[in-house]
Design a protein around this ligand. Structure first.
Ligand SMILES: Cc1cc2nc3c(=O)[nH]c(=O)nc-3n(C[C@H](O)[C@H](O)[C@H](O)COP(=O)(O)OP(=O)(O)OC[C@H]3O[C@@H](n4cnc5c(N)ncnc54)[C@H](O)[C@@H]3O)c2cc1C
Length: 466
């Protein structure tokens, strides 16, 4: 048995997605011995890397739900945190488009729902006004509702910035540690054991394990929710498509899903999706013929010209859906345990509010957390990946990925950073290298060679891990 640390941690956060990283960040601002344990070799590499990247106002959440409260709060927290940390946000706004009388009739109800959620800026407009806002929209829109504060955000830099700042402030990040079992000891600590036998002890445990949150909840001795993944497939179109729309084009949501949208991305592309299919396999992130065909059919109606543009990539993410309509948050004093479960389709937006909630629940079950003075804390500023922001290539330096205009210095920085990339996917999320229209066909070898020279690992490692 190998012990990760002789002394127990005050708090161990399990799961390095956007939620766990946000919790680790907030805890690192307190006088606590904190650790973040992640099963994969990197943070933000699960559902958090594969979403639609909308910073939601929460206008369509169920009023009075925990999710509605935390999305609204999380929106403000993340919007204000992002610029300082180098997380790209574009204030595009959105327009929800109705395509028939039935959908049109839903708009006033949605505006009322938004107001009940405290969001009073929606505006219902007729079909002509929708087309004036978005001239490339397909024919047949009967009307729409403008949601001016529905923004787009960089989903990759968000967990990375949280984790980097947490580590800069003393949080221990342990990757490649999948918590397999948990046992409460007589000394009031919990022993968490990894599949490979390594052990860590914690006075308090926070479950931010996303899709595996239900399994960890059971390992901690509790029950009450089961995660059934809801797969969302997406298509990313080339940057030439970006001029086809000004804002996110939303469908009228149903109780099952927010529906298929067309949205610009902060990286300068356009995305179409997601689907919503309940599946059983928590690792099934492949795309399907049926899913892509369905998206293309919907895209053809929403923005016909989009179908003439090149597809850059397809991907799928899995929402941690449960039988419950709300987040599954709970605190358990006897077990020194807080669960952040069932964070399905809004966790990027709500992440910083979920962190506040977790801290409140932890103090509610006995954690003493004294805030560290501001002059003791180290903020971070990562290089923005936003197409609308200044990018390093504009200040010179040799470019290695020409589609995304990534410089050699950016690659070196990404593999030598406080929270470094360990594979090509990690490099992609830190720099946009190999994410462009050639998908690494021209640059992957050079990018990997640079990474190998910078961190001493072999070229095979970098190429093989792509
Ligand atoms: C298609 C799609 C579209 C979406 N669109 C949006 C959007 O526009 N806006 C928005 O706000 N949200 C959106 N979401 C939701 C958002 O992406 C998620 O809510 C969020 O990423 C969840 O983050 P997480 O940290 O809870 O989970 P994850 O990112 O899955 O992180 C959990 C981590 O825990 C680790 N882990 C699991 N078990 C263990 C264990 N036993 N030990 C150690 N580590 C473990 C995993 O490896 C993983 O890295 C969307 C989701 C999908 C799928």
């Amino acid at each position: 048995m190998s012990v990760v640390s002789d002394q127990p941690f005050d708090v161990v956060v399990v799961g390095g997605g956007v939620v766990g990283c946000a919790v680790a960040l907030l805890l690192s601002h307190h006088r606590l011995k904190v650790a973040l344990f992640e099963a994969r070799n990197d943070v933000g590499a699960g559902t958090s890397k594969a979403n639609t990247a909308i910073l939601h106002t929460g206008f369509d959440a169920t009023p009075g739900s925990v999710e509605a409260r935390l999305v609204a709060r999380g929106y403000e927290l993340l919007r204000d945190y992002a610029p300082g940390a180098g997380i790209a946000v574009e204030p595009t706004g959105a327009v929800l488009v109705a395509w028939d009388d039935e959908q049109q009739a839903v708009l006033p109800k949605l505006a009322e729902k938004a107001a009940a959620n405290g969001y009073v800026h929606t505006e219902i407009i007729d079909g002509n006004a929708v087309r004036e806002l978005e001239p490339h929209l397909g024919p047949g829109a009967t009307g729409g509702m403008v949601v001016p504060h529905e923004y787009i955000i960089d989903p990759w830099t968000t967990p990375l910035a949280f984790a980097t700042e947490a580590v800069a402030n003393g949080c221990e990040l342990v990757t490649g540690f999948r918590v397999a079992s948990a046992r409460r000891s007589d000394d009031g600590t919990t022993e968490l054991t990894a599949a490979d036998g390594r052990v860590v002890r914690a006075r308090f445990v926070v479950n931010a394990a996303g899709l595996y949150g239900d399994e960890l909840h059971r390992a901690m001795g509790f029950d009450g929710f089961t995660v059934r993944p809801r797969r969302g497939e997406l298509i990313v179109f080339d940057k030439f498509a970006r001029s086809l729309l000004h804002r996110t084009l939303l469908p009228v949501p149903t109780s099952h899903t927010k529906g298929v949208l067309v949205a610009p991305t902060v990286f300068g592309n356009v995305m179409l999706g997601p689907t919503a299919d309940d599946i059983d396999d928590k690792e099934a992130t492949g795309s399907t013929r049926a899913g892509l065909d369905g998206l293309l059919a919907k895209g053809r109606r929403i923005l016909p010209a989009l179908l003439h543009e090149e597809v850059t990539a397809v991907y799928a993410g899995l929402r941690a859906a449960t039988a419950h309509s709300d987040y599954q948050l709970s605190a358990h004093a006897d077990a020194g345990y807080v669960c952040l479960g069932g964070i399905r389709s809004t966790g990027l937006t709500a992440s910083m509010a979920l962190a506040e909630e977790a801290l409140e629940m932890l103090t509610g079950i006995g954690l003493t957390a004294a805030r560290r003075p501001a002059d003791e804390l180290r903020p971070v500023h990562l290089t923005s990946l936003g197409e609308a922001d200044d990018r390093p290539y504009q200040s010179g330096g040799s470019t290695v990925c020409h589609c995304e205009r990534v410089t050699a210095d950016e690659i070196v920085t990404a593999v030598t950073a406080l929270v470094p990339a360990h594979d090509l996917d990690g490099l992609r999320r830190r720099t946009r290298a190999v994410a462009g229209r050639c998908q690494g066909f021209f640059c992957a070898a050079e990018v990997c060679a640079l990474a190998a020279r910078a961190d001493g690992r072999s070229m095979q490692h970098w190429m093989g891990a792509s």
